[in-house]
Design a binder for this molecule. Structure first.
Ligand SMILES: Nc1ncnc2c1ncn2[C@@H]1O[C@H](COP(=O)(O)OP(=O)(O)OP(=O)(O)O)[C@@H](O)[C@H]1O
Ligand SMILES: [Mg+2]
Length: 213
């Protein structure tokens, strides 16, 4: 297993800083001589781009079951055509959202929990690609939404999920707290309510202690 790559995921609600921290972490790891692949879900494969558009353009409003299956379809394609080959080459794969987002959004926030055991479905889509480390960027829904609005004011596109009410984002945040407790080995809570440099330093320290040691 020595030459295998590592899969690291960045999780949290909309606007918590996943994309910002993923990019900074990738640059830092490259500076350490690592071969890094930056990727994201949904939408990191040609088929996934289509699925992402179906999910997020706002043209369609999928029922929760349909939304869940589309996210899982995107993941299955992404894992088998992008992530597994990259890991096999020994790359460090940094992925913006993964199964924890599916759990938080689809299960907790949309109330699919009752009567549905999602975990075997998540494992089916992951096809054995479980992250070695997950950074949960923890910030209140209120602060995160302010960041998203400021980003939209600067000209960035907003998605159907960005437009959800504050209460929806609060339920997502509450779901991440529970998920983090369920996976204490894999998932690390990072205080994301502080400035960008401080968050990044924290992530670097954790990576140094856990993976680069
Ligand atoms: N620690 C921070 N303090 C203040 N602003 C931040 C911080 N981190 C990120 N931002 C800004 O907040 C906005 C959202 O950050 P980013 O796009 O990284 O979040 P995200 O989690 O990827 O969001 P999404 O889920 O919508 O993709 C960006 O404009 C970014 O520059
Ligand atoms: Mg992002």
């Amino acid at each position: 297993m020595k030459n295998m790559g590592r899969l690291i995921t960045f999780e949290g609600g909309d606007g918590c800083g996943k994309s910002t921290q993923l990019k900074l972490t990738a640059d830092w790891l490259r500076g350490q001589g690592k071969d890094v692949l930056e990727t994201r879900q949904p939408g990191a494969t040609p088929l996934g781009v289509e699925i992402r558009s179906l999910l997020l353009s706002g043209e369609f409003v999928p029922v929760p079951e349909c939304e869940l299956l589309l996210f899982l379809a995107d993941r299955a394609q992404h894992v088998q055509t992008v992530i597994q080959p990259a890991l096999a080459k020994g790359q460090w794969v940094l992925c913006d959202r993964y199964s924890d987002s599916t759990l938080a959004y689809q299960l907790a926030a949309r109330g699919l929990a009752e009567g549905v055991d999602l975990k075997p479905m998540l494992a089916f889509a992951e096809a054995g690609c479980v992250p070695e480390q997950t950074f949960w960027l923890d910030v209140s829904a209120e602060i995160a939404l302010k960041r998203v609005r400021a980003r939209t004011d600067m000209g960035a596109e907003s998605t159907r999920l960005d437009e959800e009410a504050l209460s929806f984002h609060e339920r997502v945040h509450a779901a991440f707290i529970v998920i983090c407790q369920q996976y204490p080995e894999r998932m690390l809570r990072i205080d994301a309510g502080v400035d960008i440099g401080k968050i990044q330093k924290n992530i670097q320290n954790q990576l140094e202690a856990l993976l680069l040691a």
